[in-house]
Write a protein that binds this ligand. Structure first.
Ligand code: CDP
Length: 130
């Protein structure tokens, strides 16, 4: 079975990207990531993405284009990321230490987790180039 983690590159109307600071485990705590999490057995990727954004941020999102394909994670997991927008609610850090909306010139102002950093570059390219 695929070991899939899904992540949301949530962009607001002003083109800012939502980054979330991990609270755990200790070796990842403090690092910044795309909100998301593991796909449950039998669950569709996009359904998992919507569920995780509800659980972690308390918002309803709509997923758009995928950002790249399978991005490697540790332990044989892959990360799949979609551009997304909030259609209901204001994001709250329910499971994260903090949240930040990053403007284009602030995209690298937070220490992204190593796995997520190349995806930030891909998001930037996708927003620039379409
Ligand atoms: O909450 P859940 O157990 O579903 O998943 P998670 O703990 O958020 O994600 C599982 C693993 O994927 C984490 O331990 C992170 O190493 C990694 N991950 C990541 O590198 N970047 C993300 N945007 C999300 C998860």
């Amino acid at each position: 079975m695929d070991k899939v983690v899904v992540g949301a590159a949530i962009v607001d109307g002003g083109g800012r990207l939502l980054a979330a600071q991990r609270a755990d485990p200790p070796e990842l705590a403090g690092g910044w990531e795309f909100p998301g999490g593991k796909v449950d057995p039998g669950e569709d990727d996009r359904t998992a993405l919507i569920r995780e954004c509800q659980e972690e941020l308390g918002v309803m999102v709509e997923a758009g284009e995928q950002v790249g394909g399978d991005w490697p994670l540790a332990d044989g997991y892959v990360l799949r990321v979609w551009l997304a927008e909030i259609v209901e609610g204001e994001p709250e850090a329910k499971e994260h230490l903090d949240l930040r909306w990053l403007a284009r010139h602030e995209l690298y102002d937070v220490p992204w987790l190593p796995a997520d950093l190349p995806i930030v570059r891909a998001v930037q390219g996708q927003l620039d180039g379409g």
